[in-house]
Design a protein around this ligand. Structure first.
Ligand SMILES: C[S@@+](CC[C@H](N)C(=O)[O-])C[C@H]1O[C@@H](n2cnc3c(N)ncnc32)[C@H](O)[C@@H]1O
Length: 621
């Protein structure tokens, strides 16, 4: 096979994105294997006419996710074959999505010598537009990883190209303490378009620097948490990720390559749905991130591990991706060689295109698909790269200065986070506890909960100054209430909450309490086992006000086997504050799962929730 020189259009690796880096690597490998030399790689918005070398054999156009909804990028992709045809060279469209394009774009695409779509849905759309095509899955799926997977069990959320989805992914990651890891990377150094490259690298470096001083939030995490180099990025994922939730098409591909369980979140086209369908993994598409968040909190990530059948399907899918990519590049090489031998211009495709163009509603077809220059020198004065850079920096600094001057950022952040926590709590009430009673405040709530309490022990965990235990003692003057507290504060920091462990430190001082209250001083894990040995009755009531996960878990684990049927639990900080999902709430659902507890919610107020425990079924746990 003699080597052929190809101009690659729409090279994307310069954008600073791990998916595009992998596409680029696989393109280099597979074309070299087929005897095609990528002599020039040009971004889609470069001026091909000027930058293409004088001598080349064919044009390869990397479609990726650009060909949809008659976008500007789609128009440029549709213009390439006419330009190539004028140079007497065939153009091939590879690795492309195709969705919702009108007849003008279809007419341009039909001029390609051959079209290779990334998925079946795109193939369907091309066929409908009268364009013959073949499916070859995304080139990133042809990579053969040299790394083996570690035993990491972190949940990793990637970014998304859709702003709203990106914000939701980031929020979900924060809510469950997962890692938010965008696919963005350090832009590489380029040989063409050096000015654009310098400006891109400058912007990247500035944002990385600013991110270290930026207030917490999506912007900061986006720029701070990325891993700049591709090899470091995949090595980190292979080692640490137990599940990837990805809003990026290539995030899903990379997960499939490394055998990491993945869930895809829809993007701006059907690319993620179509990819998962191609691998027979449609059920791994997630549209409701809030629900996923709840499930991850309550059930962990095991339900998302791959089954044996899924693993087999992924292996088969990737094998087929590699085989079809190889045969695609061989067929491109062969058909270019045939055209060269016959001294033909790629007429067959043009004839076909003309037929499609005839169906177009626009008679001036050639005017539409002719490439428009990137910058018209006649109408727009060109700016040096330095001017562009300074302009961009000044605009950015101006925007940030404005935002900082007019906002109390700490307050804005606090309000926004609280608003989101309230939304989650409201959703929880509507979906999980529609029959529970709303109470005006925590005291009213305790009163309501107390009405359901059967015979047995009444305990409070977290007494502090004795406010709530005094209220309970007055509600039930004929019963003894036991109050547990270290009176030394929390054993550890309360993440997500401004109350540190020192806020509740009474230096061991026991508060004054009514006569029907007995105080049990000390750490729960030391005092509670002894107490339960000394008191044989079942536990009828627990007011759990110890705030943090570990303390709540200790209480629930130690008392699970002693709860009376119908025992009432009241949690004082169950939901509706920043980080609630990590504390009493989580400890309760862990308890439900571990002991297979049957329960009914009966009431709630601002942050408090109460429930009746009907049965605890798995005491051996
Ligand atoms: C929010 S305060 C309780 C407020 C109280 N119910 C009231 O209304 O005034 C939480 C208390 O839980 C106690 N606490 C948390 N974890 C504990 C543990 N593992 N052992 C003992 N005390 C603990 C802290 O010392 C703190 O006083």
């Amino acid at each position: 096979m003699s080597a052929m020189k190809a101009v690659l259009i729409n090279t994307t690796f310069q954008s600073g994105h791990h998916g595009c880096t992998l596409v680029d690597r696989q393109l280099d490998l597979l074309t070299a294997e087929a005897g095609i030399d990528l002599c020039t790689k040009l971004p889609l918005h470069a001026d091909w006419q000027k930058l293409a070398p004088a001598d080349f054999d064919l044009v390869l156009v990397n479609g990726e996710g650009a060909l949809h909804h008659d976008s500007k990028a789609a128009r440029r992709l549709a213009a390439v074959p006419l330009w190539a045809q004028k140079r007497g060279r065939p153009a091939f469209l590879i690795n492309s999505v195709y969705q919702a394009n009108g007849p003008k774009i279809a007419a341009g695409i039909a001029r390609y010598q051959a079209v290779f779509a990334r998925d079946e849905l795109s193939l369907g759309a091309l066929t409908e537009a009268g364009i013959a095509a073949t499916v070859v899955p995304d080139l990133t799926l042809t990579c053969e990883p040299t790394l083996t997977r570690g035993s990491g069990r972190l949940v990793v959320f990637t970014d998304s190209s859709m702003h709203d989805t990106n914000a939701r992914l980031h929020r979900a990651a924060l809510a469950i303490g997962a890692r938010y890891l965008p696919l963005m990377a350090r832009p590489p150094q380029l040989t063409v378009q050096a000015h654009a490259d310098a400006s891109r690298r400058w912007r990247y470096a500035t944002k990385r620097l600013v991110a270290h001083a930026a207030p917490p939030g999506l912007w900061r995490d986006r720029w701070r948490s990325l891993i700049p180099g591709f090899d470091d990025y995949v090595a980190w994922l292979a080692q640490n990720a137990g599940l990837i939730v990805s809003g990026r098409f290539h995030g899903v591909c990379i997960a499939l390559d490394f055998g990491i369980p993945v869930l895809g979140v829809p993007s701006n086209t059907w690319k993620i749905e179509a990819l998962l369908a191609g691998a027979d993994l449609e059920h791994r598409l997630v549209s409701d991130l809030e629900e996923l968040q709840q499930r991850l909190l309550t059930k962990g990530l095991e339900p998302y591990f791959y089954t044996r059948a899924e693993l087999h399907r992924i292996v088969a899918f990737r094998k087929q991706a590699l085989a079809s990519a190889r045969s695609m590049f061989q067929s491109i090489h062969q058909s270019t060689a045939r055209l060269r031998l016959a001294g033909e211009r790629p007429m067959a495709a043009v004839e076909f295109a003309t037929k499609v163009a005839a169906r177009s509603t626009d008679p001036a077809y050639d005017r539409i698909v002719r490439m428009t220059p990137t910058i018209s020198n006649a109408t727009k004065p060109s700016k040096s790269w330095f001017d562009q850079l300074i302009g961009s920096l000044v605009r950015r600094i101006g925007r940030h200065a404005y935002a900082l001057a007019w906002q109390d950022t700490a307050n804005a952040l606090r309000n926004e986070l609280q608003r989101r926590a309230t939304m989650l709590a409201a959703d929880f009430i509507q979906t999980r506890m529609p029959n529970a009673l709303f109470c005006g405040d925590k005291f009213d709530h305790l009163e309501w909960a107390w009405q359901h309490v059967p015979a047995g022990l009444a305990l409070e965990f977290g007494v502090f100054k004795g406010v709530t235990i005094t209220h309970l003692a007055r509600l039930a003057p004929d019963r003894q209430i036991f109050g547990f507290d270290s009176f030394l504060g929390l054993p550890e920091q309360w993440s997500g909450n401004r109350y540190s462990k020192f806020n509740f430190d009474r230096k061991g001082k026991i508060p004054k309490v009514p006569s029907n209250v007995t105080i049990v001083g000390g750490w729960f894990d030391e005092t509670l086992p002894k107490f339960l040995l000394q008191h044989n009755e079942p536990i009828a009531f627990m007011h759990i006000d110890c705030d943090i996960y570990s303390s709540t878990k200790t209480v629930l684990d130690l008392t699970a086997g002693r709860l009376a049927p119908g025992a009432v639990l009241v949690f004082d900080e169950f939901f509706n504050y920043v980080g609630f999902e990590m504390h009493e709430y989580k400890a309760f659902f862990d308890f439900v799962e571990r002991f297979d507890a049957k329960y009914r919610f009966i009431g709630y107020s601002g942050q408090q929730v109460s429930m009746v425990i009907d049965a605890v079924q798995k005491l051996a746990a």
